[in-house]
Write a protein that binds this ligand. Structure first.
Ligand code: BES
Ligand code: MN
Ligand code: MN
Length: 462
């Protein structure tokens, strides 16, 4: 019997080349200029699933971008693993900061990836990680090592809120019926410290618009006498945190799950170096909510961040002007028990209430989603843990992440199954940033680990 290790060795360069072809298509879901490319990527994924051994593949139309579905059912009495991933990517800008073009993948060595990393938008989030599952399936089907049924559901709108998937899932419950959902769209602590993500934060994303006078004004003739929307907006934003970096929106923390001393002590055992953290980001100090560690601030605590702010004159030179309008995009990361719709409402009410009479404020909710926590006492987690033990030679550490995959909570609600988050990326892989990359070692290690998950999950299901 061919082992997964030898299969990977024999097919390594093909695995990398195929991923390169996928990475070359700029499937930016946020920008309609790339619509053709997003659709081409959907076709690519469909084709790759067919080649990897799915018996049935479908391009499922939705109100937005299509969802690619594939399945291989070997025996109705065996368990079914549903793999989820996304084929869309974040915009590449700022383009100038990339050391090689975002859609021309290349392998470059880095300090953390001495064996080389694939540099391209989507290399880690999520094309590279999604494609590991396609190649793991290829191995299992072509060598007679698929121990159970498998379904794939790969969407093209994750980076813009998964609206079409939220439409698709409740309409296709039977098709998507499964015993466990498997996702590789998160990270791990380090290549020699494997970890399994056990939590995701929720999200509320809003846009605000502050309007002062009905038109842009000469800042000498009117300055000092009318409200400047940019001055007002920045002041309003600044007031959303107090001196301890607590969020000031009334009721914001009411439902936040407080962890016990024990749970926090358990969390603090995960290896972490504040010095390395600061060095990697070239910062002199960290910043955050008083009373919590860095790892707590970015996982078990809710946050509020401005993602973008604009208004007035930002061209070359100087222009003396009071703009009519100022805007900001604001996201709040949420933790278990906080409801994103409720938080959005709290934000809206508060933000409108702190606006002075001299301006008009409009709060426009974008998208959002609930957080998620996976228990570690179920067979899905146990199977994943054993899979890592086999391929890494180490027991993985359970760790809650600060990122969000809002659709995971909906999966649980609609499909009644748990999600296992087997991520193989690293925080330093620069997802959503210029020079996103994914270690070649990580890519191949993922392909190696996944079939063990199927094996142990099937065994533990008996
Ligand atoms: N794959 C990420 C989420 C992620 C990355 C979770 C690393 C944990 C560790 C996903 O593609 C993503 O970027 N999600 C968005 C939310 C979405 C609604 C746009 C996020 O977290 O900002
Ligand atoms: Mn992702
Ligand atoms: Mn992402």
């Amino acid at each position: 019997m061919k082992t997964i290790k030898s299969y990977i060795n024999n097919n390594k360069s093909r695995f990398i080349n195929e991923l390169f072809e996928l990475l070359k298509i700029p499937s930016i879901s946020a920008d309609s200029a790339y619509k053709k490319d997003v659709l081409l990527t959907a076709d690519f994924v469909l084709d790759s699933l067919k080649k990897a051994g799915c018996d049935k593949v479908e391009l499922c139309e939705t109100p937005g971008y299509p969802i690619i579905y594939g399945e291989k059912i070997i025996d109705k009495n065996l368990p079914t693993v549903l793999v989820y991933g996304h084929y869309d990517v974040q915009p590449a800008d700022p383009i100038d900061l990339w050391t090689s073009p975002p859609f021309e993948p290349v392998i470059k060595k880095t300090e953390i990836h001495p064996e080389g990393a694939i540099f391209a938008r989507g290399a880690c989030d999520d094309k590279g990680q999604m494609y590991m599952h396609v190649k793991a399936l290829e191995y299992m089907t072509s060598t007679g090592n698929l121990p159970c049924n498998v379904k794939f559901m790969i969407e093209g709108e994750e980076e813009v809120g998964s609206e079409s998937l939220a439409w698709f899932v409740p309409r296709n419950k039977e098709k998507l019926a499964n015993d466990v959902i498997l996702i590789s769209d998160t990270g791990m602590i380090a290549n020699d410290i494997p970890s399994i993500t056990t939590g995701l934060r929720g999200l509320s994303y809003v846009e605000v618009e502050v309007t002062g006078p009905n038109r842009d004004l000469h800042s000498g003739l009117y300055g000092g006498a009318v409200a400047n929307p940019i001055n007002i907006l920045t002041k309003m934003i600044a007031s959303l945190h107090d001196e301890n970096n607590h969020i000031t929106i009334p009721g914001f923390y009411d439902k936040v799950e407080e962890l016990s001393k024990n749970e926090r002590a358990e969390m603090a055992k995960a290896p972490f170096s504040l010095e390395n953290y600061k060095n990697a980001l070239k910062i002199n100090d960290v910043h955050g909510e008083k009373g919590y560690s860095t790892n707590e601030r970015n996982s078990i605590r809710p946050t509020l961040d401005v993602n973008g702010i604009w208004g007035g004159y930002t061209g070359e030179g100087a222009k003396t002007v009071i703009a009519s309008k100022a805007f900001a995009k604001i996201s709040m990361r949420l933790v278990p028990n906080q409801d994103w719709k409720e938080i959005t409402e709290l934000f809206k009410n508060h933000f409108e209430s702190i606006a002075p009479k001299s301006v008009k404020v409009v709060v426009k909710p974008h998208h959002g989603g609930q957080g998620y926590v996976t228990p570690i006492d179920n067979i899905g987690y146990k199977a994943a843990s054993k899979a890592y033990e086999t391929s890494f030679g180490k027991t993985p550490i359970p760790q809650r992440s600060g990122g969000s995959i809002p659709i995971v909570a909906l999966f649980e609600q609609e499909l009644k199954s748990k999600t296992i988050l087997m991520g193989f990326g690293l925080d330093s892989d620069a997802i959503h940033s210029p020079n996103e990359h994914f270690g070649v070692w990580n890519y191949l290690k993922g392909i190696e680990t996944i079939p063990y998950f199927y094996k142990y999950f099937t065994k533990l299901s008996k």
